[in-house]
Design a protein. Structure first.
Length: 123
């Protein structure tokens, strides 16, 4: 039997001393990078990140407010359309905007686009 030489095993291990670090860095000192990278990914970078989800919640609340406003306006216009008096008033306003008048009414039109013509007639 030959004597066992353990020198290679002893010298191959890092020295663990409270006064300093001797040896090559081990993987355990770099393991904190994995959780930090994961937190960065879920917090800011991915499509399902917490920041992106918070922005989507803000957009959803503004879309709900817009939907409520549009629904209110739709119900108001529906009530106006169902009222016969409102229908008649709207039809009259539309016809008057097109230049029509009731029987017996006289429409006066003033040509304000050419003030020189009015000055020439006044002289």
């Amino acid at each position: 039997m030959t004597p066992r030489d353990i020198t290679g095993r002893v010298l191959g291990k890092p020295l663990r001393s409270p006064y300093g670090y001797g040896g090559t860095p081990s993987r355990r000192h770099w393991l904190w990078l994995l959780p930090a990278a994961w937190l960065l990914w879920i917090g800011l970078l991915s499509d399902h990140s917490l920041w992106h989800i918070s922005r989507l919640h803000l957009e959803l609340s503004s879309a709900r407010a817009e939907l409520q406003r549009v629904n209110g306006e739709t119900s108001r216009l529906g009530a106006r359309l169902a009222d016969p008096r409102e229908k008649a008033d709207h039809a009259e306003a539309t016809l008057r905007a097109q230049g029509m008048a009731r029987p017996g009414e006289i429409i006066y039109r003033f040509d304000s686009a050419r003030p020189e013509a009015a000055k020439a007639r006044a002289n």
